[in-house]
Design a protein around this ligand. Sequence first.
Ligand code: PNS
Length: 179
Amino acid sequence: MFLHLLEKGDLPVAGTPGSVIAIYPGSFDPITNGHLDLIERGAKLFGRLIVAVLRNETKEPLFSVPERVEMLGEVVRAYSNVEVDSFDGLLVDYVARRQASVILRGIRAISDYEYELQMALMNSRLAPGIETVFLMSSEAFSFISSRLVREVFSLGGRISGLVPPVVERRLKGRILGSK
Ligand code: PNS
């Protein structure tokens, strides 16, 4: 009698599906087809999806943050509710600044789980109102990581099918540029 039954259309996360803003944070160095799959699926689940590149000065990146933002911009152009941005500092502060309520992350294998669980719990402790939503990687992309793409590319291996064409073009351009 005292139970509040969820009516059709009620959602446990604040807002209706169309109004929920989600942040998909990451390094995206470079963006892979696995990231792209998550963006495509996330764009269907949330009203607005913001792909946010971490500005981390301490890492030695393959691509600079402006390059990564530019490539992501090209890749997400097809999705009207997806935008690309960059951030530094605490992720939860950025999420609050963007008035978002969800952090979107992908999980490929059990090996991702521990790191993702730690981050999700820490973020939830820092900002209890923000939910982390995980999507399992599609099978076809579950072995792809930016780290392996960088390694395969640097050793002269073939990366077509692993990254969007814009990334492949830029990487090939680098080889030609350095010859
Ligand atoms: O693609 P990545 O490198 O796995 O993404 C990691 C990222 C950017 C999500 C994480 O490092 C992050 O959120 N950094 C921002 C700083 C922060 O909030 N740290 C505490 C997280 S628990």
